[in-house]
Design a protein around this ligand. Structure first.
Ligand SMILES: Cc1cc2nc3c(=O)[nH]c(=O)nc-3n(C[C@H](O)[C@H](O)[C@H](O)COP(=O)(O)O)c2cc1C
Ligand code: SF4
Length: 540
């Protein structure tokens, strides 16, 4: 029998589907059959973008989607023992996606280079795939050379705003101070977004390595990872990775005999969306209530404890080691001129597949939808929201739009954090708008009036509309509230609820008017329709 490696995707999604139990069961079967020396089972980060727990058999390169112990037993008895594929469990891209492979955009593996390939809890496996080589290289460079390389690469922040990373580092480098900080924004409060979680779970060392490089480049000796408290898997893997990095000398004093020292700490957030906003995050890190600060000054001038601070998103940081190793020109060869590199997208809503895909910047929405497997359950696509809860809702005639950091200015379509949320035709636009605005109302920190009061009034109006009591004046007021908050709210939270709200009104005005004029909800969601139906039923 030839040696076999079995990769089991153990991330927080697959754990819920039984990944840990399947892993244990598989190991038991292997032990019972005395195959320990021939079959190696490895736990790894997320593999693929499929439903079920993905188990990959190497070197055969066969991927299975597993949902029960019987599935595991079948794979063991058929594939591992007899070398025969279990066709009904095999993940067949063409079958799953209902498309030929040529039609699909090719996935890239830059940020996701190690995810699903290494055991994230094993630092040696990271090192074996060139891990910490970029740090060793960077420590031989001058800080200015590193900053130039990142500037030349054109890398822009993946946390949503797309600010040039090299410039941010340069500002911090140029601000004199006795102490500077690197902060990793791992708050990921955007509903539907989970790419940072899968990066941290599957490849925690890539974030740590990047933070040390950033620290050396700007002159910071301390770093903090501010992470959502409920990201248990990421926290566990990061803690183990930090401990190992200290033991191997990649963190702590005199890193790789360079005279440079860097300490890294984890701080858990309590799950407020606003704490992802960089200045609210700093307030929370300092132990205060997470409310945004007035800007300027910006964090590179005055950040954590009023010291110059770089704040970068997880995905932004995961790009740093490959750029240092392969150079700015290599990075610029992917993506678009103004948004080089790749983007990690995640699928949400009524789409068939779950998971992340990494594609070059500039990929079209329709190609992402193809990779998502399209709308689940044979329903029809009504609209797509791109970029997260603060992103744009687009109708199906705009699916050709390419996504990068200029798409919003050019086509009114946001890239944001990279969520692609499909909405099927069973949903009502007023109901969606109401849910979005309830979220913003709940998450508003209350510090400024346009956001605190605007979200409340918007929710009240939309509740009226959902009861068919809204008027055309209400619709006008909604638009006004959104525009006022866009122009006057203190932080990005209040400034951005106009994006989903106005895009819904712009693209689906007819449906709002139907609720107002005809008192009809075409998706039969709004309350009065249901009440009337119930009454009619009772009367029968
Ligand atoms: C309400 C709000 C929530 C945010 N949440 C996050 C978040 O969860 N993660 C993140 O990286 N950036 C988030 N941002 C953006 C950050 O303020 C900041 O731009 C980002 O962390 C900078 O990192 P980058 O340049 O690497 O993108 C949020 C912004 C706003 C306004
Ligand atoms: S815009 Fe909203 S979240 Fe931001 S400071 Fe004002 S009230 Fe707080």
């Amino acid at each position: 029998m030839k040696p076999i490696t079995v990769l089991v995707s153990v991330d927080s999604n697959s754990i819920l589907l039984g990944a840990k139990e399947f892993l244990k069961y598989l190991n038991e079967l292997i032990r019972e059959h005395n195959l320990d020396t021939i079959v190696e089972v490895l736990e790894t980060g997320t593999i693929g973008n499929y439903n079920g727990v993905t188990i990959a058999i190497m070197p055969d390169n066969v991927y299975y989607s597993v949902n029960t112990q019987e599935d595991v037993l079948k794979i063991f008895e058929e594939h591992i023992l007899k070398g025969r594929k279990v066709l009904e469990l095999e993940i067949d891209k063409e079958k799953v996606l209902n498309l030929t492979t040529e039609e699909l955009p090719k996935e890239y593996k830059i940020v996701t280079r190690n995810i699903g390939k290494i055991n994230p809890k094993n630092i040696d496996e990271y090192i074996a795939r060139d891990g910490y080589f970029a740090l060793a290289k960077a420590l031989q460079m001058k800080p200015e050379e590193i900053i130039d390389e990142i500037k030349n690469s054109g890398l822009r922040g993946r946390g949503g705003a797309g600010f040039p990373t090299g410039l941010k580092w340069e500002f911090t480098f140029k601000t004199p101070a006795d102490q500077k900080y690197i902060v990793c924004n791992a708050d990921e409060g955007e509903p539907g977004t989970y790419k940072d979680r899968l990066i941290m779970e599957g490849d925690p060392h890539s974030v740590i390595e990047a933070m040390v490089i950033a620290g050396y480049a700007v002159g910071a000796t301390k770093g903090y990872i501010y992470i959502r408290g409920e990201y248990y898997g990421s926290v566990e893997n990061l803690r183990k990775a930090i401990k190992d990095a200290y033991e191997y000398g990649f963190l702590g004093s005199n890193i790789l005999n360079s005279n440079f020292s860097f300490d890294l700490y984890i701080r858990l957030g309590a799950g407020a969306y606003v704490c992802g906003e960089e200045t609210a995050l700093l307030e929370s890190l300092e132990g205060h209530a997470g409310r945004p600060r007035l800007k300027p000054p910006y964090p590179p001038q005055s950040g954590l404890f009023e010291k110059p601070t770089v704040i970068n998103n997880v995905e932004t940081l995961a790009n740093i080691p490959p750029i240092i190793l392969k150079g700015a020109d290599w990075f610029k060869s992917m993506g678009t001129e103004s948004s080089p590199g790749t983007k990690v997208f995640c699928f949400a809503g009524n789409l068939s597949n779950r998971g992340i895909v990494e594609l070059p910047m500039g990929v079209k929405v329709k190609d992402l939808l193809a990779l998502s497997g399209g709308v689940a359950g044979g329903n029809t696509l009504k609209m797509v929201q791109t970029g997260g809860i603060a992103g744009t809702f687009i109708s199906t005639d705009k699916l050709e739009v390419p996504l990068d950091y200029d798409s919003f200015a050019k086509y009114g379509v946001s890239l944001g954090s990279g969520v692609i949320l499909g909405v099927n035709d069973k949903h009502c636009v007023v109901d969606i708008a109401l849910n979005v605005m309830k979220f913003f109302k709940h998450e508003s920190c209350g510090k400024c009036t346009p956001c605190r009061e605007g979200t409340k009034i918007a929710v009240a109006i939309l509740e009226k509309m959902s009861k068919f009591e809204g008027t055309e004046n209400d619709l006008e007021e909604l638009i006004e509230i959104a525009n006022v908050a866009k122009n006057t709210a203190l932080c990005g939270l209040g400034q951005s609820f106009s994006v989903p709200l106005l895009s819904l009104i712009e693209n689906f005005k007819n449906e709002f008017l139907e609720h107002i004029e005809k008192k009809v909800c075409s998706a039969n969601i709004c309350k009065k329709v249901e009440k009337t139906k119930k009454k009619a039923k009772l009367a029968k």
